[in-house]
Structure formats: C-alpha cells, structure tokens
Ligand binder design. Structure first.
Ligand code: MEZ
Length: 551
C-alpha cells in the first residue's frame, strides 16, 4: 500500500486539514446535543440555486429547433448531439428500399442496466421472447455503480404518501404526479421482489431492514447494501435474466436508430456490433428503450460519476423519431464527487456518508450548509462557498474542494462503523493509501444524473405505438430534481411496468409489416435547412476520449 504522504501536499492543504481536525470535537459534541446547521428558507434556497447552480447558467443552454420539443431549452452539449446526422450505418440502410431483418424477436430491450434487465424479466414472465441489446456488457451501467441505496416507504412511521410529497417537493413540483404515484406505490412490492430473488439488504440482527436518511426526505427510507447497493442489485437481477431461457443477450451491441412502419409504429432497431464492426437489423413487435443517461457528455466540463457508456444514445434516437422530451434543462450534479485524491476525480462519494453524519466543512474548519439539504441546494452551496467566498481547499493540482468529514462517523456511531457501512469505498481508498477512518476527502459537485428525458405515460408507454421507455432515459418522474434513492426505485418500477406492457402489446398486435426509416425524412430535411455540419453524427456511443470510429 502506498501511504498518502502529507508532506507532499501544499501548505494551505495541510493547514486547512489541521483546522478541520481542530473543530471536529466541538462539531461532534454539537451533533450529540441534537444541534444541526439550520436548513435554508425556501426563498434562500431558490436564490442560491439561481446564482450558483450550473443549471441556471443560461448561456450554457439553447433551445431545440426540431419536432415536438422545439423551443425546449437543453444543455448546449446535448442540443448539438440531438441535432446531428445519423451514423453511416443508418445512412446505408436509408438507401435500401426494403431493409431486411437479421434477427426477429417479440420484445427488443435496448440497454443492459437495471431498467433493461427488469423490463426483460417481466416481459419474459408475460410470455414474450426477449432480446437485450447492450452497448457494453450486460450489467455495465449506472445501476451497477449506484452506492447509497433505494428509497422505499416500508416502515411503520412512513407511507407512500409521505414519499410522494418528498419526491414532488424535491422536484420543485415539476414532476408528473401520476408517474410519482406509481413510483411510490410500487415501492414496497419492488422491495419484496428484490428480497425474494436474493438481494441482500443491510438488516439488524432481528431481521428488520436498516434505513437511513437522505437529503430532502422526511423519513428514513433509504435501504442499502453497504455502499455497493447497485452492484448487489445488478448481481441478482442479471442472474435472474440470464437464467431465463426466453431472454437472449447481445453484448457490445449498440442501438443507433429506431425503425418504423408506414403507420408510425416502431418495428425494430438498427444495431452496430462494436467488436465485429457490422450492422444488425432487428425486427421486434415492441421495443423498450432503457439506455440510461448523459453523464459522459461532461456538461460544462464537469467530471462525472457515470459509467463509460452514458452518452445519451436513447435521447438521440427518440428525438429523431419525433418523441417529446421534457425537463432536460436541469441535470443533477451530485454534491460530493471526489476532488481529492485526484486520480478518482468525479467518482461518487455516496450521500449515505452525510446520512450518517459526515459534515461538509470549508477550509477554515467551519460548517456552511446543512449536509442534508436537497441535492441541488447542497451543490449550489458548495459552489458558492468555493467561488463566492473563496473558502474551498485548493487541491494539489489547483482544483477546488470542500472537506467531507468522514472520520466524524466513527466518533458519532462507534469504531468500525465506516468499515462496516462503506466496505466498497473503504477498501478502495485504503488501497490508495487513504484511510477513511482518519482522513476526510475533498469533494466537489460531479455530473450524476439526467433528471429529464423521453416523455412517458403510466406504464412506460411513449407517444409512438410499440415503443416503451424506462429508467434514466425518461422524464417526468423526478421533474427538475431527483431525490437520492429514487433512481434505483424508478428503474425497477418502470422497467417492470414497461416490460409487462410491451409483452402485452407484442401479443395483441403481432409483427408489424414494415421496417423503415421514413421518420428520419423530415428530420434530415430540417438538418439541411439548419445547415448542420455533416461531420456531426450521433449517437456517439462512447465519450470522445474512447472514440469508436463510425462504420
Ligand atoms: O440515488 C442516488 O443517486 C444515490 C443514493 C446516490 C448516492 O449518494 O449514493
């Protein structure tokens, strides 16, 4: 193990560390007395957001110019991507009068994360033959990387109604209430299902579930498996899918375009096999898009906590097909991405650390915000502290960060808590010479989640017959701002609902006759009119630093 050598750190860094350590005893005593940093008033929250949150930088967005979302403001990087030309594999098919399919299935699921896996399982249970096409390997996804946990109102002091109010309030009441109602009501059943198939959640010796607080929630309802909740869930869900003979999986196989028939029904998709470097046309009775989010677009040059494949492919396909998108001007910047040690830049430090008492501390050793404000407010507070008050700590390579005082946790809850509650991060950092029991980390906001996306209704239906969507690619469940733990819940609730509906649609409608790209005609005409550079193509499939050459 290489020890972190404090002597190699800048003087200002070491001085600040000393101030933090000096103020720790009094801060722990205050928590024990039941004192906490006051929560902000609603007008203050709004003012801080408008001044400091990256979403409110109006010069960093522009309005979309095509289709039903015309006029919607979205981040610049996303707008450029959405208004790009199809890849050459699609263009080659456009010249083909009657494209033939290579593979046929009842339900095609695009994406192999938690939403895709849950959708595939329920579609198969409903009798459908399912093909999962996934860009990387089955399971490589933000689900797998999720740390803190899943929100479910299953305790006697809680109820789905309280969960509903928290989710709506966290989303500034911009969420679709019908979708939120489904999210919270299905929660207890989803938790039972996860347990039944073998997910190991943290429990007390009595067998009762351990639950924690998260930012913006009025009850403790975050269920975890250490700090590797997503990994544990994906382990079990993936096994469940792989053991079902009705489900096949194509790894390293990216969807690049939807296919439609003459009536506007979605009838399949164009896939590119990344290893074989060829094109595969799939004909399907129903298609579910579960491609995840956009973190790897690095909006405003923020680092990201997202997995390598999070490049908004589903949004690109949906926008081109003429589906309305919503709530995309607000992205989630998780308050605590790693700023130091720098080889982990952007990696998530789960909110569960704050749920267990780790405080956010500036360079003078002072707390400056209640660590459990809603995420967007905490993010704005950290940026304000660093930029407006210059109270951030300079990292060895000149970045900025705020202390996350993790060692407080053992002082508050007893020795061994950090190792027990955070086995993933504890081991990982120890291998880099950083012992979380004694060393605080430096945190700065990291791009974490796409709050909005493809508009869905009820059970994952989109506005196109035969097309369903679930998970981070969709919009409406979280409105402008998602609360922690609601993503893992959403992928399962809406993955399962979409899987069931898609299987029913496949059964009742049978195969569609046509397999074409006519939905692209008006889109491409508009690109011409807008003089969009022909070299701009999408989806990009991987971030620019891992570019895959077009076919
Ligand atoms: O839902 C999340 O994004 C979450 C719980 C993240 C985390 O802090 O662990």
């Amino acid at each position: 193990m290489t020890e972190l050598n404090p002597m190699e750190l800048p003087d200002s860094f070491r001085d600040s560390l000393r101030m933090l350590e000096r103020s720790r005893r009094e801060r722990v005593a205050a928590v024990r007395r039941g004192e906490s940093f006051p929560l902000l008033s609603l007008p203050d929250r709004q003012a801080w957001l408008e001044e400091f949150h990256p979403d409110y930088r109006y010069d960093q967005r522009r309005r979309l110019r095509i289709g039903p979302s015309k006029g919607e403001a979205v981040p610049l990087e996303l707008a450029e991507l959405l208004e790009s030309w199809p890849r050459s594999s699609t263009l080659a098919l456009l010249n083909d009068d009657a494209p033939q399919h290579d593979i046929e299935t009842d339900v095609l699921v695009i994406g192999g994360g938690g939403a895709g896996a849950a959708a595939a399982i329920t579609a198969a249970e409903a009798g459908a033959h399912v093909l999962i096409a996934t860009k990387l390997r089955f399971g490589d996804s933000n689900t797998l990387m999720a740390e803190g946990g899943i929100q479910v109102a299953d305790q006697e002091c809680d109820s789905p109604i309280l969960h509903f109010l928290d989710a709506m309030g966290g989303g500034h009441f911009t969420n679709d209430p019908e979708l939120v109602e489904r999210l919270v009501s299905d929660g207890p059943e989803v938790l039972r299902w996860l347990e039944e198939i073998g997910v190991l959640f943290d429990k007390y010796p009595t067998g009762r579930m351990m639950v924690r607080h998260g930012g913006g929630t009025s009850r403790k309802r975050l269920h975890s498996a250490g700090d590797v909740t997503g990994l544990e869930m994906m382990r079990v869900i993936r096994d469940q899918a792989e053991n079902d003979p009705r489900i096949s999986v194509m790894n390293f196989c990216a969807a690049v375009e939807l296919l439609t028939d003459d009536n506007g029904r979605v009838s399949g998709a164009v896939l590119e096999r990344l290893v074989k470097k060829d094109t595969v046309v799939v004909r399907a009775k129903a298609v579910i898009v579960a491609t995840g989010g956009l973190g790897r677009l690095h909006l405003q040059d923020f680092p990201t906590s997202n997995h390598y494949g999070a490049t908004a492919d589903g949004l690109v396909m949906a926008y081109r097909a003429g589906l309305p998108l919503r709530d995309l001007k607000h992205s989630q910047y998780h308050p605590t991405g790693i700023a130091f040690p720098e080889q982990k830049l952007g990696l998530l430090i789960t909110e569960k650390f704050r749920g267990l008492g780790a405080q956010l501390i500036n360079r003078h050793g002072d707390e400056f915000v209640n660590s459990l404000e809603p995420r967007d407010v905490t993010t704005a507070a950290i940026i304000r502290e660093c930029q407006e008050y210059e109270n951030g700590v300079e990292t060895p390579s000149g970045g900025q960060g705020i202390w996350l005082d993790i060692p407080m946790i053992d002082l508050l809850h007893g020795r061994g808590t950090i190792e027990r509650e955070f086995p993933g991060r504890f081991t990982e950092f120890l291998s880099k010479g950083v012992d979380l029991r004694t060393m605080p980390l430096l945190a700065y906001p990291t791009l974490h989640y796409q709050n909005g996306g493809v508009t869905i209704h009820g059970d994952g239906m989109t506005d196109m017959p035969g097309l369903y969507a679930a998970g981070e690619v969709t919009g409406g469940v979280h409105g402008n701002n998602r609360l922690m733990g609601n993503a893992l819940l959403e992928i399962l609730v809406f993955g399962r609902r979409a899987g069931r509906s898609a299987a029913e649609f496949a059964k009742s409608h049978g195969a569609s006759k046509g397999l074409g790209l006519s939905h692209l005609e008006s889109f491409m005409r508009r690109l011409e009119e807008l003089n969009v550079d022909r070299s701009r193509t999408a989806p990009v499939l991987l971030p620019s630093y891992g570019e895959v050459k077009p076919l």
